[in-house]
Ligand binder design. Sequence first.
Ligand SMILES: Cc1cc2nc3c(=O)[nH]c(=O)nc-3n(C[C@H](O)[C@H](O)[C@H](O)COP(=O)(O)O)c2cc1C
Length: 207
Amino acid sequence: MKVLLLNGSCRKNGCTYMALREAADTLNQEGIESEILQMGSSSVRDCIGCGKCADSCRCIFSGDTVNAWLDKAEQADGFVFGSPVYYAHPTGQFLSVLDRIFYAGSACFSHKPAAAVVSARRAGATASLDVLSKYFADAHMLMVGSSYWNMVHGTAPEQVGQDLEGLQTMRNLGRNMAWILKCIEAGKNAGILPPPAEQEQWTSFIR
Ligand SMILES: Cc1cc2nc3c(=O)[nH]c(=O)nc-3n(C[C@H](O)[C@H](O)[C@H](O)COP(=O)(O)O)c2cc1C
């Protein structure tokens, strides 16, 4: 079983990475494979709402990370979405990626466990967690919790290293994610499969 940890920071080995690394190491100790995906600083398109992804489950813009990450997501069993806090929200670049990933390929995430993780100097962490968690609720995902909200604090990785409670929260998250994955696997082996969703009824306006 494998968990993908997506880092929405441009800073490859920054504070968010420290948090994801702690969760990934714990997953590994629990026998779960992990891979941290780095967004980097190359430019990312916004969703243009063309709807072309409805047939292919992939975005028409193939020049950035979105379709490659969807290919990986299809094979993965669980997810951690990590972002620094920018003006009390996740990074704009990461939100562009997530809009397109979930709009094109929500089937890759359906009935899989997910958690959001944020890194902040001081404030805006819960508001950012709230934004990230909205993607899961809309995609039949199972949200995994920890011993506190999934946040670390610092402007440099060394400061995150001193955030003992934040790092402990990441380890507890990793253990909870591993446990849920093993429960899902045991359920599958016992013939308990995800329920089929009803056909979508879109009521885009109030009658
Ligand atoms: C444009 C910008 C906006 C930021 N806004 C906030 C903020 O609203 N609240 C906060 O606590 N930290 C804020 N920060 C600090 C980062 O969230 C913090 O340093 C974070 O740990 C960086 O993570 P990274 O090293 O993974 O990029 C901001 C940083 C930048 C560059």
